[in-house]
Design a protein around this ligand. Structure first.
Ligand SMILES: C[C@@]1(CC(=O)O)c2cc3[nH]c(cc4nc(cc5[nH]c(cc(n2)[C@H]1CCC(=O)O)[C@@](C)(CC(=O)O)[C@@H]5CCC(=O)O)C(CC(=O)O)=C4CCC(=O)O)c(CCC(=O)O)c3CC(=O)O
Ligand SMILES: NC(=O)C1=CN([C@@H]2O[C@H](COP(=O)(O)OP(=O)(O)OC[C@H]3O[C@@H](n4cnc5c(N)ncnc54)[C@H](O)[C@@H]3O)[C@@H](O)[C@H]2O)C=CC1
Length: 192
């Protein structure tokens, strides 16, 4: 459990400390590579000093309770693996396609149901969304750089994201527009 959360955290922040007498091979490896700090002992009150966020994931409910109490006293964000209501947030099941991020939560009803719903969405939102959103990003940047009139710019920005313009195909690969095609589209669609 702790290993899964650490992998998610390391994707965004390099400052992770694991406090636990034992660690999985993957966590030991991260420690050896300097990607996280492993403190090989049991949790002790005071360990949360200076922390921004804590994950209480010990296999002992009493330990998780103590961690959540210290987090509350210090005003630190906490996720409590076996007792979600003692924490301040829970984890969604996450689907990423480049710039697209879809988070599914059942609000604690059933984590595996969240996973099943996420898997269903994987079919509707395929890898073509990565290229589509990169292209949309580029297109919006070009509109912002080239159209100085704010009303005209707003209309174009809205239009760029609407159906039938630069959209991912329902099947097959996405074909991005060239800068020349985008320029042409801006000229053709600009209203005074
Ligand atoms: C409340 C929450 C708090 C939180 O962790 O933030 C929570 C709580 C608990 N999970 C438990 C069990 C399992 N959780 C998973 C998996 C996931 N759990 C995740 C989230 C959440 N789990 C939050 C609610 C999210 C929501 O409701 O939508 C996911 C979505 C995201 C993630 O963890 O990153 C990730 C799937 C990721 C994916 O694949 O997409 C598996 C399957 C597995 O491990 O393979 C099992 C074993 C099967 C089973 O028990 O159903 C238990 C019982 C523990 C026990 O009694 O031993 C509790 C405690 C309780 O329910 O009170
Ligand atoms: N939220 C979720 O998605 C899930 C939550 N769980 C819950 O998460 C908890 C952990 O589950 P697993 O990772 O499967 O257990 P695990 O037994 O694999 O790992 C527990 C870890 O806690 C450490 N630990 C025990 N006492 C400690 C202490 N006093 N101080 C510091 N570390 C201590 C152990 O050394 C071990 O490394 C359980 O409470 C379980 O109910 C389990 C599965 C999924």
């Amino acid at each position: 459990m702790a290993e899964r959360k650490v992998k998610e955290l390391l994707a965004g922040s390099p400052l992770v400390t694991v406090i636990s007498p034992t660690a999985t091979p993957a966590l030991r490896q991260y420690h050896e590579q300097g990607k996280l700090k492993w403190v090989p002992r049991e949790y002790a009150e005071g360990d949360l000093e200076g922390a921004f966020m804590v994950h209480a994931a010990a296999n002992d409910p009493e330990v998780n309770k103590s961690v959540s109490a210290e987090a509350k006293a210090r005003g630190i964000l906490a996720n409590v693996a076996d007792h979600p209501d003692l924490g301040s947030f829970i984890h969604p099941s996450v689907l990423r396609r480049g710039r697209l991020l879809i988070a599914v939560s059942t609000s604690g009803a059933g984590p595996l149901a969240a996973r099943t719903i996420r898997k269903k969405l994987e079919n509707d939102f395929g890898t073509e969304y990565e290229e589509y959103l990169d292209a949309l990003y580029f297109m919006r940047k070009m509109i912002q750089e080239q159209v100085s009139n704010s009303a005209a710019r707003q209309k174009l920005l809205r239009k760029a994201s609407s159906p039938g313009v630069l959209e991912p195909p329902s099947q097959g690969e996405f074909r991005p527009w060239s800068p020349e095609e985008i320029k042409q589209w801006i000229n053709d669609n600009q209203e005074e």
